[in-house]
Design a binder for this molecule. Structure first.
Ligand code: FUB
Length: 463
């Protein structure tokens, strides 16, 4: 395209999420609106806890629960559904305000710190990253002098075992967590709460200072250790927000302002919120945008980019992309059961809870599809099998294609009625003997809407 105006318009359209290239990975979840990503690496799996924007036209956040997603290869993500909700915190009765969470593992237990807007910060504990998360205190965990400031917890366990929990908007505060992770050292600060000194040297000069906001710091702190120092990433600059960072020689500073990591770009929401983690030799930077269809400031979506550093440890600023992480760090086998809610990309697909806990894929209309990346058919697939549910009035088929939504057709699996919705049955079909590594597309076809639901699928190398 030689016309520079036309090129500019296409770039803008792509940044806004108007097109989906073969390898676009952002946002990482397309089945619901997600925000405030909190990554956690455990046992070779990357988990991302997120808050959840209910699809709404409201002019404020509508947030009831916290969700979990996981990946091993950085491109195919599995949704695990709701891991905790406001109803798990019996000491308060708000029906909105499930804001930015953070989960961390210690001695085999998983601690999920959850802010409830206007109610302080709670803590929930589980024996696995998937939950069930229970409230060990039965009361609020953190409350500062102004409870409305108590949002956006971030936790780091330092190499000497001392854990720190930072949080706050507009103030930045921290506590020194005790080893049990559900109490803190009350001998420091104001009964344990240490208010961080807000100076421009530490957090940057704010363009428009106010009594409330004196530095660039706004909210959403994320504490991370790397390159022999501590990094405090945070949402900055007022509304709309950018992500900035400060560094320090210890987990409690003194902090030196480093600059902006992610500035303002088309497709970003008026808030931004980062989560940084090391996984398989990369440093990953999670954030949120508003590029999903219907997206907006209260309908946000989690994205990821790779973060890099200059030799002096300063952060190389990032531009948000639709590509995200382009290359998978491995391949996935289609020969053992794959949960249907595992996907690199999807269109039109929704999830529903299956009560185990977990989710299944539903609300499939003609032409909707799921894409999986780097599927290793090495042995040569001969059959496709899927656990599906369709009523007397619904049903349809799944076109099994590779390397494109309209790519080579391997087979068509008819999904006939299983009786009533929620009754599951196995459906299968022969497929052309595909070998090697391909992107797989499951394209849903039929005449009605809400054609059928699918729970899991797999291929067989025997005919
Ligand atoms: O998601 C609600 C609030 O928006 C979070 O607590 C902030 O960090 C901002 O992302």
């Amino acid at each position: 395209m030689k016309n520079p105006v036309a090129v500019g318009l296409v770039v803008l359209w792509a940044c806004l999420g108007g097109y989906h290239s073969m390898h676009a990975q952002n946002p990482i979840v397309q089945t619901l609106y997600t925000a405030d990503p909190a990554p956690l690496v455990h046992d070779g799996t990357l988990y991302v806890y997120s808050s959840h924007d209910e699809h709404t036209d409201s002019n404020f956040f509508t947030m009831h629960d916290w969700h979990l997603f996981s990946t091993k290869d950085l491109v195919n993500w599995t949704a695990h559904g709701v891991v905790a909700s406001l109803g798990d915190l019996k000491w308060m009765d708000r029906d909105n305000g499930a804001w930015a969470p953070h989960c961390i593992e210690r001695n085999g237990k998983f601690y999920l710190y959850v802010p409830i807007h206007g109610e302080g910060i709670g803590v929930l504990v589980a024996d696995s990253p998937f939950g069930p998360f229970k409230d060990p205190l039965g009361r609020r965990f953190i409350q500062s002098a102004n409870i409305w400031d108590d949002i956006d917890p971030t936790v780091l366990i330092d190499d000497d075992g001392q854990a720190y929990l930072y949080w706050g908007n507009p103030k930045l505060m921290y506590v020194r967590l005790n080893d049990d992770m559900i109490s803190y050292d009350t001998s420091v600060g104001d009964q344990g709460i240490v208010y961080v000194g807000m100076t421009s040297e530490a957090f940057g000069e704010r363009a428009e200072k106010s009594e409330k906001y004196t530095t660039n710091y706004e909210e959403g702190p994320w504490l991370w250790k790397g390159n022999g120092q501590y990094y405090l990433f945070f949402a900055a600059g007022g509304i709309p927000e950018v992500i900035a960072y400060s560094t320090g020689p210890t987990a409690t500073g003194p902090w030196s302002y480093g600059g902006v990591v992610m500035g303002r770009h088309p497709g970003l929401s008026f808030t931004n919120h980062s989560g940084v983690v090391d996984f398989e030799g990369r440093t990953l930077f999670f954030y949120h945008n508003e590029t999903l269809p219907g997206g907006g400031g209260f309908n946000r979506s989690v994205c990821v980019e790779e973060l890099s550093f200059n030799p002096d440890g300063s952060v190389v600023p990032l531009i948000p992309t639709a590509d995200g992480i382009r290359e998978a760090i491995g391949s996935m086998s289609p020969y053992s059961r794959v949960e249907a809610e595992t996907m690199a990309w999807s269109e039109g697909v929704k999830l529903a809870p299956d009560g185990r806990p977990g989710v299944y894929v539903t609300d499939l209309d003609d032409g909707d599809y799921i894409q999986l990346r780097n599927v290793a058919f090495a042995q040569g697939a001969r059959r496709f099998e899927v656990q599906a549910s369709a009523t007397e009035r619904t049903g349809g088929s799944i076109e099994i294609r590779i390397d494109g939504r309209d790519g080579e057709l391997l087979g068509v699996c008819e999904i006939k009625s299983t009786g009533t919705a929620g009754e599951w049955g196995l459906h299968s079909c022969p497929v052309r003997g595909v070998e090697g590594i391909h992107d797989l597309y499951l394209v849903f076809k039929g005449e009605n809407s809400a054609l059928f639901a699918i729970d899991w699928w797999r291929f067989d190398s025997e005919g």
